[in-house]
Each structure stands twice: as C-alpha cells, then as structure tokens.
Design a protein around this ligand. Structure first.
Ligand SMILES: [Zn+2]
Length: 471
C-alpha cells in the first residue's frame, strides 16, 4: 500500500510539474503580421500624459465585437488584438477602464491570468515574446462603462470616453485619451492600428463607428452594424455611437461614398450635414485628395470631433465652418498624426487655419482681417493657457493651440507667397500620409521646401510666453 501510494504520488507530481513547465515555456504560436503591415507604428511615451499608452507594444489591428443594451446602458465586448512587441516583453499592459469586468483573457489561444487594477490590464505571457514578434490577445468583458474624469479646464473634455444618456443612447469622445473606457487599448496616438468593428444593438437602434460602413446584418431582435478601417487610426479618433439613427447616403468628389447618421429630432441639421461634398471639394482643392475611402457625419449630443471617416457633430455645433474644421483634420491630424500630445498644435493650427480661410472665402472680411482680429485675442490665451508648444497640462486643446499656430502659418504664408505655401502644405500631407510627425520634422520640412530657415520663427511662435510681434 505504502509503496504504491508513493509511486502514485511521484507520478502525479511529475505529471503536474512537467505539464506546468511545458505550458510555461512553450513559445506562443506565431502570428503572421504581414496582413496588418499598414497598422505598424513606432509607439513612444507621451511627455504630457505618460500614464496612458505603452511603448513596449505596437497594436496592428483591433477586432471589436461590441453589443450595447440601451435599457441597461451596458456594454458586452470581445476585443481581439493583433500586436507586436517593440522590445522583449514578458507581459502585455493595456489601458482598460476599471468599470468593465473581465470575463476571459487568452493569449495565443491559451487562458491567461490577467490583472485588472484601476485602468490598467496586465496580461502575463506564458513565454517571453522577443522583439518584433507577434501575439494575439482576446479579451471578453462586460459592464456599465464609466467616463474618465480628466480634470481638464475645457468643459467638453472634463469627461472623456464612453458616456450614455437616460434614453439609452451612448457616444464616446476621447481626445487626448479615453478609448480605454470601452475597449482594451494602447491609448496613445503614436500607436495607430487597423480596425474591424461590429456594434450589435436592438432593432430600431443603430451603432456607428469610425471607418467605412460595411452594412447591417440582423439576428432575432438585434441588428449588427459593421465598420472597417483599412487605413491606420489613432485611438483618440475612434468612435462608438448608439442612437435611433436614420442613415442617408450621398456621394462626394471623385465618387467618395458618404453616409449621414441623423436622429429624428435633429432632422433640421440635415441640410448642413449635406454640405459635406461641397466642403470636401473645397478641402481637396487646398490640400489634395481626401486621404480615406469614405466619409460621413454622425450627430450626437455634444461637441465636434474629427473621428476618422465619420465626423462627430454635437447638435449645438453643427455649422458649416465647424464641419470644415473637423474635415480638415482628416488631412491634418488623422492622416498625418501628432507623435505625442506635445504637438497637438500640428492638428489644431492647420484645422483652424483652413477654417478661417473657408470663412474668409464665404463671408465679408479678408483673411488678413480675420488674422488681425485673432492676433488681438491671442495674447490673453497664451497668458492663461501657456505657449502652444508648451501648454499647461490642464489646458489640453485650449484656444492657444488653435490660434497662435494659425497665426504662425499665416506668417510663413506671407513670407513665401500663396502658391508656395499651399504647394508646401499640400505636399506635407500627401507625402506623409499615414505617418506620425512632430515639430522637428515639420520645421525641417518647411526649411527644405522654402529654402529659408524658419526654425526661429516656428520656435518663437510655439514657445514664447508672450505674443510674438510678427510682420
Ligand atoms: Zn480641431
């Protein structure tokens, strides 16, 4: 008896030990990253918001299957992330909202014991992942999402991420970060990725996301809306919106397919939304071909945002010059993205400049008149919010990063002339399509294209605590 027991025990121990050892050291199944090559980025740590994002991984593709229940205002999700290690790693850390509960996490098809603490999801890997090797992570989750309280001075940025209303509708806006309130994400603009998103809602509701609308399927009492982004997307311009939308189709320049998603109560907004083809045409004349295969506009309850291929417009914001502004971001911000939030002026300076130019072209007052008016107000913004290239951290996307850089661009235009200025801005976006850029690369580009040294002018406009005098 004794001897037998010992033998059984030894066998059992050996089996446990070896089974565990082989599982712990077996390498992850290889992942072919080639189909996702367009989603490859070089993520960096953010100097302004270092707590968000993780430069040791590069997510190439997000497959998001999301179901929204308006009656409970709850979200159920399955997120499949195809990612690459940028250096050898033994765990994967993602940003993921604490309000959502994890049901299961797998890596390479094997269950993983993930730790979910505050807004961080840490997934230990069964075997170390060498640099430039891929892994596939699946996270199943559910819960009632909670927006993030940002402490930002800008009122429409005080809450970031997914929000819902008492009527069951939901919308997500998240600049500079906050996508983590609805899916596990490497929440930084330097890690752009491709997306396939499916949003399931009860019939009568519609789910709108970033990317190209790929149609709707029905099952029982639900409908699923399918969206695809074949161009890389920074997570701050992703979109999740559920409401009782009616969809309208249109065509833009060169046959670009357009969809408008409008609620019954916002039907009076439709005439402004329908100006999208005209605004696209105007932008194409200034900045070259629209960089994405489809465009659209969805009406929600607050603010305006350049969500990729599907502009989000608050019902109180829907004016043609604001639509033009968000559209301009598709060239300046979405296609050519800021590497970090230090350079948000690269987005807002250009979008503001084109908004002012459009306004000057469509109303009394010349471009110079508009710029003079802005100049008179710029001093106070700089004083309150800091210089545009070194703004106060609680003043993200304040007026200072819009107007000072727009004045700077106008100065460059005055020096080089209209033709060279627009040729240069057009080449900047067309030649840097689907890349991340920063002040250094922009300055080098301007200097190279003009044959003049604009370094001091640019640095002064971005860094000076007082308003530069200008010409
Ligand atoms: Zn903007």
């Amino acid at each position: 008896m004794r001897r037998l027991s010992l033998l059984v025990l030894v066998t059992a121990l050996t089996a446990t030990c070896c089974g565990a050892a082989s599982a712990a050291t077996a390498p992850l199944p290889p992942v072919d990253l080639a189909p996702y090559a367009k989603g490859r980025s070089e993520p960096v740590k953010d100097p302004i918001f270092p707590a968000h994002g993780n430069p040791s991984i590069d997510v190439l593709h997000y497959g998001l299957k999301l179901a929204w229940r308006p009656a409970r205002r709850s979200l159920t999700g399955t997120a499949t992330l195809t990612l690459r290690a940028t250096k050898p790693i033994s765990e994967i850390r993602l940003d993921f909202g604490h309000a959502l509960k994890i049901d299961e996490v797998t890596v390479g098809g094997r269950p993983a014991k993930a730790r979910h603490r505050l807004d961080d999801l840490t997934i230990p890997l069964p075997a170390p992942l060498p640099a430039d090797h891929g892994a596939r992570v699946v996270v199943r989750y559910h819960g009632v999402p909670m927006p993030y309280e940002s402490g930002q001075q800008r009122q429409d940025l005080a809450l970031l991420g997914l929000r819902s209303a008492a009527d069951g509708s939901a919308w997500a806006l998240q600049e500079p970060f906050g996508a983590f309130t609805w899916f596990p994400v490497n929440d930084h603009p330097s890690d752009e990725a491709l997306y396939d998103v499916a949003i399931t809602v009860p019939k009568g509701w519609a789910g709108v996301a970033h990317g190209t609308y790929r149609g709707r399927t029905e099952k029982g009492r639900t409908a699923t809306y399918h969206w695809k982004s074949a161009d890389p997307v920074a997570c701050y311009v992703t979109l999740f919106t559920v409401d009782r939308y009616r969809m309208y189709r249109a065509k833009g320049p060169r046959g670009i397919p357009i969809t408008y998603w409008v609620r019954r109560e916002d039907r009076w907004d439709l005439p402004v939304a329908r100006r999208l083809p005209e605004l696209l045409r105007w932008m194409e004349q200034k900045a070259g071909p629209y960089p994405f295969p489809s465009a659209g506009l969805v009406v929600t309850s607050r603010s305006g945002m350049e969500t990729q291929q599907m502009i989000t417009m608050g019902d109180d914001f829907l004016r043609p010059e604001v639509v033009l502004h968000e559209l301009a971001h598709h060239w300046f911000g979405n296609s050519v993205s800021p590497r970090t939030w230090q350079d948000v002026w690269l987005n807002e300076g250009f979008a503001m400049y084109f908004e002012i130019q459009w306004t000057a072209d469509h109303s009394p007052g010349s471009m110079d008149d508009h710029m003079a008016e802005i100049r008179s107000r710029e001093k106070a913004m700089r004083k309150e919010m800091g210089p545009p290239g070194d703004y106060r951290r609680d003043w993200f996307a304040g007026a200072n990063v819009y107007y000072g850089p727009a004045l700077m661009l106008h100065e460059i235009r005055k020096r080089v002339g209209d033709e060279r200025f627009f040729a240069m801005t057009r080449a900047w976006v067309q030649e840097h399509r689907n890349t991340s850029q920063d002040r250094a690369s922009f300055t080098a580009w301007v200097n190279q294209h003009t044959g003049e040294d604009f370094t001091e002018l640019i640095d002064t406009w971005l860094d000076s605590r007082t308003s530069p005098r200008g010409s």
